[in-house]
Design a protein around this ligand. Structure first.
Ligand SMILES: *Cc1c(COP(=O)(O)O)cnc(C)c1O
Length: 360
């Protein structure tokens, strides 16, 4: 068996220990004589899996009592619609456009009401986070929406916007569990699991209870109402059962690593290795404003498309895979999520140095 260093933006690297445990339990989960994939979601064994997953997530993120945790499907994209359908009581919402995912969410919300773009970094290819200290928040805005970590461009909000008292909704798909957060500052925190948590197919929504109501936009399907899932412990219908089981294992792995404070330290140390090299390299350079750099997604370029392609190809042959930048921006991107070991980044940087010497 030989494992590569996988820098994919998502689906992405998972902790090897988690994969090994899942493999060991594949044929017989704790004496049940079956795999978790074959198990009724109404069974006692499965109920315990989902309950533990929720409890561990609550502990990791210190989620207050008045927030519900929902395990849903439909990807982050489904939330682009669910958020306005459930929250747009006044049919007004404010969006901060910091990249393609925020833009998609904003465009989707326009189907349901007046979605205002109150700030944007589109003028410089989303290479920075706009100043959000005094935004023209709409008086009747039902919520303010951000994409907290911009997976494609490699920027992150280091400070949350001043929403002037309005509910904050955040897509945290690519920074979920990468560092401690104060959940009470948000109305909704949501993300697809396939970036920093688990397999594709699970979306985790952490939502303040007062936002879960029957007062949703007319015609909102049952499955797209938060209340449906909140009232039924995420089991109104069959949940993404196996995916939730793997997420639960990742939560335990994070707890064993010391929780989110320890992860933050580790992630900072890991990202610094790459950013420090990008800052001194004469061949490679980072593409975003330093103060807004993401700890999770690190885009970089040589400035020469052919050389970029050559680098990606040679890196892959050396066991550093999925370094190609998003198709909309080109260049390279190293996604260095929680499960990427520090050795992976050290070795990547050593490889980049070699490449620099040979190609300068
Ligand atoms: C990947 C990603 C999405 C899209 O996720 P899907 O699960 O494919 O819908 C949305 N937002 C962010 C921040 C992402 O990284």
């Amino acid at each position: 068996m030989s494992r590569v260093y996988n820098f994919s933006a998502g689906p992405a690297v998972l902790p090897e220990e988690v994969l090994q445990e899942a493999a060991a339990e594949m044929l017989d989960y704790k004496g049940t004589g079956m795999s978790v994939m074959e198990m009724s979601h109404r069974s006692k064994a499965y109920q315990q899996i989902i309950d533990e997953a929720e409890a561990d997530l609550r502990e990791l993120m210190n989620i207050p009592e008045n927030y519900k945790v929902l395990f849903l499907q439909g990807g982050a994209h489904q939330q682009f619609a669910m958020v306005p359908m459930n929250l747009m009581k006044n049919k007004v919402a404010d969006y901060i456009i910091t990249g393609q995912w925020a833009k998609r969410a904003w465009q989707e919300a326009q189907k349901f009401g007046r979605a205002n773009a109150i700030a944007s970094s589109a003028d410089k290819t989303f290479s920075y986070i706009p100043d959000c200290s005094d935004l023209p928040i709409s008086e009747d805005a039902d919520y303010v929406y951000i994409c907290e970590n911009n997976t494609i461009y490699g920027t992150k909000f280091k400070e949350l916007p001043d929403t002037k008292g309005k509910t904050l909704v955040a897509d945290v798909s690519s920074c979920f569990l990468s560092e401690p957060v104060d959940v009470s500052k948000y109305g909704i925190i949501y993300g697809g699991a396939q970036k920093n948590i688990g397999p594709a197919g699970v979306v985790i929504v952490i939502i303040r209870e007062d936002l879960i109501t029957e007062d949703v936009l007319p015609g909102t399907p049952t499955m797209l109402q938060y209340k449906t899932h909140a009232d039924n412990g995420s089991m109104y219908n069959t949940p993404p059962a196996y995916g939730i089981y793997i997420c639960g294992k990742v939560f335990k792995w994070l707890k064993n690593r010391g929780g989110l404070g320890a992860m933050k330290e580790y992630n900072e140390k890991k990202a610094k290795i790459l950013y420090d090299y990008l800052d001194e390299s004469r061949l490679f350079h980072g593409t975003v404003e330093k103060k807004d750099r993401s700890l999770m997604n690190v885009p970089f370029v040589t400035g020469d498309k052919e050389l970029d392609a050559k680098f990606v190809k040679e890196a892959e042959a050396a066991g550093f895979v999925n370094l190609k930048g998003h198709r909309s921006v080109g260049g390279m991107r190293a996604s260095i999520y929680n499960a990427m070991p520090i050795e992976g980044v050290e070795k990547l940087v050593a490889f980049m140095k070699e490449f620099e010497e040979k190609n300068l």
